[in-house]
Design a protein around this ligand. Structure first.
Ligand code: CP
Ligand code: NVA
Length: 308
Protein backbone atom coordinates (compact mmCIF):
# COMPACT_ATOMS: atom_id res chain seq x y z
CA UNK A 1 0.00 0.00 0.00
CA UNK A 2 3.01 2.26 0.54
CA UNK A 3 2.35 5.86 1.45
CA UNK A 4 -0.80 6.35 -0.57
CA UNK A 5 -3.24 8.71 1.15
CA UNK A 6 -6.85 7.58 1.02
CA UNK A 7 -9.96 9.53 1.91
CA UNK A 8 -12.23 7.17 3.80
CA UNK A 9 -13.20 9.41 6.72
CA UNK A 10 -12.73 13.09 7.54
CA UNK A 11 -11.14 12.00 10.83
CA UNK A 12 -7.96 11.10 8.93
CA UNK A 13 -7.52 14.79 8.07
CA UNK A 14 -6.12 17.44 10.40
CA UNK A 15 -7.74 20.86 10.77
CA UNK A 16 -4.84 22.28 8.76
CA UNK A 17 -5.40 19.79 5.93
CA UNK A 18 -9.10 20.65 5.84
CA UNK A 19 -8.15 24.32 5.51
CA UNK A 20 -5.79 23.41 2.64
CA UNK A 21 -8.54 21.48 0.84
CA UNK A 22 -11.04 24.33 1.37
CA UNK A 23 -8.54 26.87 0.00
CA UNK A 24 -7.96 24.65 -3.03
CA UNK A 25 -11.73 24.22 -3.49
CA UNK A 26 -12.16 28.00 -3.33
CA UNK A 27 -9.65 28.66 -6.13
CA UNK A 28 -10.82 25.68 -8.21
CA UNK A 29 -14.37 27.02 -7.95
CA UNK A 30 -13.29 30.58 -8.83
CA UNK A 31 -10.99 29.72 -11.74
CA UNK A 32 -11.87 26.20 -12.99
CA UNK A 33 -10.03 26.70 -16.30
CA UNK A 34 -6.70 27.05 -14.47
CA UNK A 35 -7.12 23.44 -13.32
CA UNK A 36 -8.21 22.03 -16.67
CA UNK A 37 -5.05 19.91 -16.95
CA UNK A 38 -4.46 19.10 -13.27
CA UNK A 39 -5.39 15.43 -13.74
CA UNK A 40 -4.70 15.17 -17.46
CA UNK A 41 -4.84 11.57 -18.61
CA UNK A 42 -5.80 10.26 -15.16
CA UNK A 43 -8.72 7.91 -14.57
CA UNK A 44 -11.10 7.48 -11.65
CA UNK A 45 -12.97 4.18 -11.22
CA UNK A 46 -16.31 4.71 -9.47
CA UNK A 47 -17.82 1.59 -7.88
CA UNK A 48 -21.47 1.90 -6.92
CA UNK A 49 -23.35 -0.66 -4.81
CA UNK A 50 -26.12 1.92 -4.20
CA UNK A 51 -27.85 4.51 -6.41
CA UNK A 52 -26.55 8.08 -6.73
CA UNK A 53 -27.30 11.34 -8.51
CA UNK A 54 -24.96 13.95 -6.97
CA UNK A 55 -21.94 11.78 -6.13
CA UNK A 56 -21.84 10.06 -9.50
CA UNK A 57 -22.36 13.18 -11.60
CA UNK A 58 -20.10 15.48 -9.56
CA UNK A 59 -17.18 13.03 -9.59
CA UNK A 60 -17.62 12.25 -13.29
CA UNK A 61 -17.93 15.90 -14.32
CA UNK A 62 -15.16 16.86 -11.88
CA UNK A 63 -12.69 14.41 -13.46
CA UNK A 64 -13.61 15.68 -16.93
CA UNK A 65 -13.07 19.30 -15.87
CA UNK A 66 -9.62 18.38 -14.50
CA UNK A 67 -8.58 16.79 -17.80
CA UNK A 68 -9.19 13.23 -16.68
CA UNK A 69 -11.82 10.57 -17.11
CA UNK A 70 -14.20 8.65 -14.84
CA UNK A 71 -15.60 5.13 -15.23
CA UNK A 72 -18.96 4.25 -13.74
CA UNK A 73 -18.86 0.67 -12.45
CA UNK A 74 -22.04 -0.77 -11.03
CA UNK A 75 -21.03 -3.37 -8.45
CA UNK A 76 -23.51 -5.79 -10.02
CA UNK A 77 -21.82 -5.52 -13.41
CA UNK A 78 -18.34 -6.12 -12.02
CA UNK A 79 -17.12 -9.64 -11.26
CA UNK A 80 -17.37 -8.41 -7.65
CA UNK A 81 -21.10 -9.07 -7.98
CA UNK A 82 -20.31 -12.72 -8.81
CA UNK A 83 -18.03 -13.22 -5.84
CA UNK A 84 -14.60 -11.95 -6.95
CA UNK A 85 -12.92 -10.72 -3.79
CA UNK A 86 -12.66 -7.05 -2.95
CA UNK A 87 -8.91 -7.56 -2.49
CA UNK A 88 -8.44 -8.88 -6.04
CA UNK A 89 -10.71 -6.16 -7.40
CA UNK A 90 -8.59 -3.49 -5.68
CA UNK A 91 -5.33 -4.97 -7.00
CA UNK A 92 -6.69 -5.28 -10.54
CA UNK A 93 -8.22 -1.80 -10.73
CA UNK A 94 -4.97 -0.30 -9.38
CA UNK A 95 -3.20 -1.56 -12.53
CA UNK A 96 -5.57 0.46 -14.73
CA UNK A 97 -6.73 3.57 -12.89
CA UNK A 98 -5.30 6.40 -10.77
CA UNK A 99 -8.07 6.69 -8.16
CA UNK A 100 -10.92 4.50 -6.91
CA UNK A 101 -14.13 5.94 -5.45
CA UNK A 102 -16.62 3.51 -3.95
CA UNK A 103 -20.15 3.76 -2.56
CA UNK A 104 -20.79 0.63 -0.52
CA UNK A 105 -22.98 -0.83 2.21
CA UNK A 106 -20.32 -2.18 4.58
CA UNK A 107 -17.62 0.30 5.59
CA UNK A 108 -15.24 -2.64 5.94
CA UNK A 109 -15.23 -3.04 2.14
CA UNK A 110 -13.64 0.39 1.83
CA UNK A 111 -10.98 -0.55 4.33
CA UNK A 112 -10.20 -3.71 2.34
CA UNK A 113 -10.16 -1.75 -0.91
CA UNK A 114 -7.71 0.77 0.60
CA UNK A 115 -5.48 -1.93 2.09
CA UNK A 116 -5.12 -3.63 -1.27
CA UNK A 117 -5.16 -0.72 -3.71
CA UNK A 118 -1.97 1.06 -4.74
CA UNK A 119 -3.95 4.17 -5.70
CA UNK A 120 -6.00 6.51 -3.46
CA UNK A 121 -9.42 5.19 -2.42
CA UNK A 122 -12.24 7.65 -1.72
CA UNK A 123 -15.38 6.89 0.30
CA UNK A 124 -18.38 7.94 -1.79
CA UNK A 125 -20.75 6.94 1.07
CA UNK A 126 -21.01 3.83 3.20
CA UNK A 127 -23.61 2.76 5.77
CA UNK A 128 -21.42 4.46 8.38
CA UNK A 129 -19.94 7.57 6.77
CA UNK A 130 -20.28 10.18 4.01
CA UNK A 131 -17.04 12.18 4.22
CA UNK A 132 -17.22 13.94 0.81
CA UNK A 133 -20.63 15.28 1.81
CA UNK A 134 -19.40 16.60 5.16
CA UNK A 135 -16.39 18.38 3.65
CA UNK A 136 -18.54 20.02 0.95
CA UNK A 137 -21.08 21.03 3.61
CA UNK A 138 -18.61 22.73 5.92
CA UNK A 139 -17.04 24.41 2.87
CA UNK A 140 -20.53 25.74 2.02
CA UNK A 141 -21.01 27.00 5.59
CA UNK A 142 -17.61 28.71 5.54
CA UNK A 143 -18.48 30.47 2.27
CA UNK A 144 -21.58 31.90 3.94
CA UNK A 145 -20.37 32.70 7.45
CA UNK A 146 -16.59 32.97 7.09
CA UNK A 147 -15.21 32.05 10.51
CA UNK A 148 -16.97 28.96 11.88
CA UNK A 149 -15.56 28.87 15.40
CA UNK A 150 -18.20 29.32 18.06
CA UNK A 151 -21.15 28.77 15.71
CA UNK A 152 -23.82 26.20 16.49
CA UNK A 153 -24.73 23.43 14.07
CA UNK A 154 -28.01 21.54 14.63
CA UNK A 155 -28.60 18.14 13.04
CA UNK A 156 -32.08 16.66 13.36
CA UNK A 157 -33.16 13.10 12.71
CA UNK A 158 -31.44 9.81 12.12
CA UNK A 159 -27.98 9.25 13.62
CA UNK A 160 -26.82 7.93 10.23
CA UNK A 161 -23.80 8.07 7.91
CA UNK A 162 -24.25 11.80 7.22
CA UNK A 163 -24.69 12.59 10.94
CA UNK A 164 -21.49 10.63 11.74
CA UNK A 165 -19.38 12.49 9.19
CA UNK A 166 -20.80 15.89 10.21
CA UNK A 167 -20.15 15.09 13.89
CA UNK A 168 -16.57 13.96 13.18
CA UNK A 169 -15.83 17.06 11.09
CA UNK A 170 -17.50 19.80 13.18
CA UNK A 171 -14.72 19.92 15.84
CA UNK A 172 -12.06 20.03 13.12
CA UNK A 173 -13.60 23.25 11.76
CA UNK A 174 -14.34 24.65 15.23
CA UNK A 175 -18.14 24.29 15.27
CA UNK A 176 -20.35 23.13 18.13
CA UNK A 177 -22.75 20.41 16.99
CA UNK A 178 -26.09 19.42 18.55
CA UNK A 179 -27.64 16.19 17.28
CA UNK A 180 -31.32 15.59 18.10
CA UNK A 181 -32.56 12.05 17.47
CA UNK A 182 -35.29 9.86 18.91
CA UNK A 183 -34.42 7.03 21.29
CA UNK A 184 -32.86 4.10 19.44
CA UNK A 185 -31.70 6.21 16.46
CA UNK A 186 -28.74 8.00 18.01
CA UNK A 187 -25.33 8.22 16.40
CA UNK A 188 -23.10 5.19 16.82
CA UNK A 189 -21.16 5.43 20.08
CA UNK A 190 -17.91 4.43 18.30
CA UNK A 191 -18.03 7.60 16.24
CA UNK A 192 -19.27 9.71 19.14
CA UNK A 193 -16.28 8.70 21.28
CA UNK A 194 -13.88 9.56 18.46
CA UNK A 195 -15.60 12.88 17.70
CA UNK A 196 -15.63 13.80 21.42
CA UNK A 197 -11.85 13.36 21.53
CA UNK A 198 -11.54 15.82 18.64
CA UNK A 199 -13.98 18.18 20.37
CA UNK A 200 -11.98 18.03 23.62
CA UNK A 201 -8.81 18.85 21.71
CA UNK A 202 -10.50 21.67 19.77
CA UNK A 203 -12.47 23.10 22.70
CA UNK A 204 -15.82 22.61 20.89
CA UNK A 205 -19.06 20.97 22.06
CA UNK A 206 -20.93 17.89 20.87
CA UNK A 207 -24.38 17.57 22.43
CA UNK A 208 -26.68 14.60 21.85
CA UNK A 209 -30.29 15.24 22.76
CA UNK A 210 -33.81 13.94 22.23
CA UNK A 211 -35.14 17.50 22.10
CA UNK A 212 -35.26 19.04 18.58
CA UNK A 213 -35.91 22.52 20.02
CA UNK A 214 -32.81 22.40 22.21
CA UNK A 215 -30.76 21.55 19.12
CA UNK A 216 -32.25 24.25 16.86
CA UNK A 217 -32.38 27.11 19.39
CA UNK A 218 -30.04 29.94 18.16
CA UNK A 219 -28.28 27.59 15.70
CA UNK A 220 -26.57 29.04 12.62
CA UNK A 221 -27.13 25.84 10.64
CA UNK A 222 -30.15 23.52 10.72
CA UNK A 223 -29.46 20.27 8.88
CA UNK A 224 -31.54 17.18 8.29
CA UNK A 225 -31.35 14.01 6.19
CA UNK A 226 -33.77 11.29 5.13
CA UNK A 227 -35.36 9.23 7.88
CA UNK A 228 -34.78 5.97 5.99
CA UNK A 229 -31.42 5.70 4.24
CA UNK A 230 -30.63 3.56 1.20
CA UNK A 231 -31.09 -0.05 2.25
CA UNK A 232 -33.65 0.83 4.98
CA UNK A 233 -36.65 1.28 2.66
CA UNK A 234 -38.61 -1.50 4.40
CA UNK A 235 -38.48 0.53 7.65
CA UNK A 236 -39.88 3.71 6.06
CA UNK A 237 -43.40 3.51 7.49
CA UNK A 238 -42.22 2.75 11.02
CA UNK A 239 -39.58 5.49 10.82
CA UNK A 240 -42.12 8.11 9.67
CA UNK A 241 -43.92 7.64 13.00
CA UNK A 242 -40.75 7.64 15.11
CA UNK A 243 -39.27 10.75 13.50
CA UNK A 244 -42.46 12.85 13.12
CA UNK A 245 -41.41 15.36 15.82
CA UNK A 246 -38.05 15.93 14.14
CA UNK A 247 -39.48 17.38 10.92
CA UNK A 248 -37.84 20.69 10.02
CA UNK A 249 -40.89 22.89 9.49
CA UNK A 250 -41.26 26.66 9.74
CA UNK A 251 -42.18 26.61 13.41
CA UNK A 252 -39.06 24.63 14.39
CA UNK A 253 -36.73 26.48 11.98
CA UNK A 254 -37.87 29.85 13.35
CA UNK A 255 -36.16 29.01 16.68
CA UNK A 256 -32.77 29.16 14.95
CA UNK A 257 -30.66 32.33 14.63
CA UNK A 258 -32.20 35.05 12.42
CA UNK A 259 -29.54 34.45 9.73
CA UNK A 260 -29.64 30.63 10.01
CA UNK A 261 -29.35 28.48 6.90
CA UNK A 262 -31.17 25.23 6.16
CA UNK A 263 -29.08 22.33 4.82
CA UNK A 264 -29.86 18.85 3.48
CA UNK A 265 -27.48 16.51 1.66
CA UNK A 266 -30.32 15.49 -0.73
CA UNK A 267 -32.23 13.57 -1.94
CA UNK A 268 -34.96 15.09 0.27
CA UNK A 269 -38.36 13.64 0.99
CA UNK A 270 -40.49 16.75 1.07
CA UNK A 271 -43.28 16.71 3.64
CA UNK A 272 -41.37 14.12 5.67
CA UNK A 273 -38.07 15.32 7.19
CA UNK A 274 -38.51 18.84 5.78
CA UNK A 275 -41.45 20.93 4.58
CA UNK A 276 -41.53 22.75 1.23
CA UNK A 277 -41.66 26.14 2.96
CA UNK A 278 -38.28 25.50 4.62
CA UNK A 279 -36.42 23.73 1.80
CA UNK A 280 -37.68 26.28 -0.75
CA UNK A 281 -37.10 29.31 1.49
CA UNK A 282 -34.37 31.89 0.77
CA UNK A 283 -32.50 30.52 3.82
CA UNK A 284 -32.17 27.09 2.21
CA UNK A 285 -28.74 26.40 0.64
CA UNK A 286 -29.35 22.82 -0.46
CA UNK A 287 -28.38 23.39 -4.09
CA UNK A 288 -25.24 25.32 -3.11
CA UNK A 289 -24.32 22.23 -1.09
CA UNK A 290 -24.96 20.03 -4.10
CA UNK A 291 -22.87 22.32 -6.34
CA UNK A 292 -20.02 22.39 -3.84
CA UNK A 293 -19.75 18.60 -4.00
CA UNK A 294 -18.20 19.22 -7.44
CA UNK A 295 -15.67 21.86 -6.36
CA UNK A 296 -14.65 20.18 -3.11
CA UNK A 297 -14.25 16.74 -4.72
CA UNK A 298 -12.09 18.27 -7.45
CA UNK A 299 -9.96 19.73 -4.63
CA UNK A 300 -9.83 16.32 -2.87
CA UNK A 301 -8.71 14.60 -6.09
CA UNK A 302 -5.97 17.18 -6.77
CA UNK A 303 -4.87 17.08 -3.12
CA UNK A 304 -4.69 13.26 -3.02
CA UNK A 305 -2.78 13.25 -6.31
CA UNK A 306 -0.23 15.69 -4.87
CA UNK A 307 0.23 13.50 -1.78
CA UNK A 308 1.31 10.46 -3.82
N1 CP B 1 -25.94 13.62 -1.30
C1 CP B 1 -25.60 12.57 -2.07
O1 CP B 1 -24.60 11.88 -1.84
O2 CP B 1 -26.45 12.37 -3.11
P1 CP B 1 -26.49 11.12 -4.11
O3 CP B 1 -27.00 9.94 -3.32
O4 CP B 1 -27.43 11.57 -5.18
O5 CP B 1 -25.11 10.87 -4.61
N1 NVA C 1 -28.33 8.90 4.65
C1 NVA C 1 -28.61 8.88 3.24
C2 NVA C 1 -27.72 9.82 2.51
C3 NVA C 1 -27.93 9.89 1.03
C4 NVA C 1 -26.98 10.81 0.34
C5 NVA C 1 -28.44 7.46 2.72
O1 NVA C 1 -27.49 6.79 3.12
O2 NVA C 1 -29.28 7.02 1.94
Amino acid sequence: MGNVRHFLCTSTLTSEEIKEIFELARVVKKSPKEYANSLKGKTLAMIFEKPSTRTRVSFEVGMLQLGGHALYLSANDLQLGRGESIEDTAKTLSRYVDFIMARVYQDDKLRKLAENATVPVINGLSNDLHPCQALADFFTISEIFGELRGRKFAYLGDGNNVAHSLMLTAPLVGMDIYIASPEGYWVDSRFFVKAQLFADAAGTRIVLTRDPKEAVMHASVVYTDVWASMGQESESVEREKVFADYQVNYSLFSLAAHDAIFMHCLPAYRGKEVTDEVIDSPQSVVFDQAENRLHVQKAILIWLNEKR
